[in-house]
Design a protein around this ligand. Structure first.
Ligand code: BGC
Length: 386
């Protein structure tokens, strides 16, 4: 039995290194089966530790919310892949983004004997107390997807390249409006996520690094004049709050199919894009005249919208790939090694640079969604049919 566990650990390691090397072709889908049966693994090197030294360690995995599709996928993937690697898993979701609940759950993980904590923080600056306890107890912390700020308890960070996500969104708008050749002016509005989510600095910053020159030249006009991250933030990435902001902008700017033209809305993710879409439909827009809307996550709802012409792009971040990378990090840490990182310059959490591994996001449109999402078995065709 122990030999079997060790063999499974080796195989998962082989898989993860391949998966985070840049491709998005992991197998599995939402209930991603660990690739333990992959034939290629049979020829790989044996694990370092002899079977006798294997212990079953418990790993705490703290996810922010059950109410957004991606975190359910992240949680499922982390649990199944860690278990396949021979670990016990304490997976907790903090209700619907409830910070005090996330704090309590982390405290329980620490007192319950978890040897490593993997945390996707609701608010990157609100976990001071459990993190101090983790540090005191010598429990390493991996920040999952979102950086945890102002704490020296954070050992590693694994995420997707968040700046690139924003740049892809901005570039999609620039290319679709052909701003290199067209003078416009084109009206645009900007939306980003929760102010407590450090990723937004990079999403919004990446998008603005592409859009700002066109705003400066007058080809793009932000009708509302709301161009700072704070002005464009949507608390908790909430769909209804995004819808309410878009409805306000529609009234104040007179955006409508027959009125002031809105060419594009830059949205940092899909839950916000969906709110914008709802507001625009309410204002009478149809697929024939729909403004460009960007997104992120390739949520099922947004893919359905995309297939109906009610959102134009999203960003595919294969949650299986990120989970696989974090499993290798956990495994290295618990074996006394140094996890592989590929970025030691970008993510300063206020106590210094946190060594990071950035997986690759991919822009997803109608042109490539089949290859990205269906061929890789992320979704079945039925799942995303409108
Ligand atoms: C994640 C996005 C997600 C957003 C809302 C961000 O931190 O990187 O993928 O859409 O949170 O949950």
């Amino acid at each position: 039995m122990k030999k079997l566990l060790v063999f499974a650990v080796a195989i998962v390691l082989v898989f993860t290194l391949a998966a985070c090397g840049g491709g998005n072709d992991g197998g599995g889908g939402e209930a991603a089966p660990p690739p333990a049966e992959d034939s290629g693994a049979q020829t790989e090197a044996p694990p370092a530790a002899p079977p006798d030294e294997q212990e079953v360690f418990k790993v705490g995995v703290s996810m922010p919310t059950k109410s957004l599709q991606r975190w359910n996928q992240d949680g499922d993937n982390m649990k199944s892949q860690l278990e396949a690697a021979g670990y016990e898993v304490d997976l907790q979701y903090a209700g619907d983004n409830e910070v005090p609940l996330q704090v309590t759950q982390l405290e329980d993980m620490i007192s319950g004997g978890c040897k490593v904590l993997v945390i996707a923080a609701i608010d990157g600056s609100a976990l001071g107390s459990p993190l101090a306890q983790a540090k005191e107890a010598g429990i390493p912390v991996i920040a999952y997807d979102r950086l945890i700020m102002n704490s020296d308890a954070v050992s590693y960070y694994a995420t997707f390249d968040n700046t690139l996500v924003g740049k892809f969104q901005g570039q999609y708008i620039v290319d679709t409006l052909d701003l290199e050749n067209q003078d416009g002016p084109f009206n645009i509005e900007l939306f980003t996520g929760d102010p407590g989510d450090n990723n937004c600095v990079f999403f919004f910053g990446g998008a603005m690094s592409v859009l700002q020159p066109y705003i400066d030249s007058g080809k793009l006009v932000v009708g509302s004049d709301q161009t700072t991250q704070a002005q464009c933030s949507i608390e908790q990435w909430n769909t209804e709050k995004a819808q309410a902001r878009m409805e306000n902008l529609i009234s104040s700017q007179g955006y409508s199919p027959g009125g002031t033209t809105l060419a594009a809305a830059m949205s940092s993710n899909d839950s916000i894009a969906q709110g914008i879409t709802n507001a625009l439909i309410g204002a009478g827009y149809t697929a024939d005249n729909f403004p460009i809307i960007t997104g992120q996550d390739c949520d099922v709802t947004s893919m359905k919208n995309m297939l109906q012409g009610l959102q134009q792009m999203s960003i595919f971040k294969d949650t299986r790939t990120l989970a696989a990378r974090v499993v290798t990090m956990v495994d290295s840490i618990l074996k006394g090694g140094d996890p592989e990182v590929n970025d030691t310059a970008t993510y300063d959490n206020g106590t210094g640079i946190i060594p990071s591994y950035l997986c690759e996001p991919v822009a997803c449109t109608l042109a490539n969604y089949k290859e990205l999402l269906l061929d890789s078995e992320y979704y079945t065709e039925d799942q995303i049919q409108p």
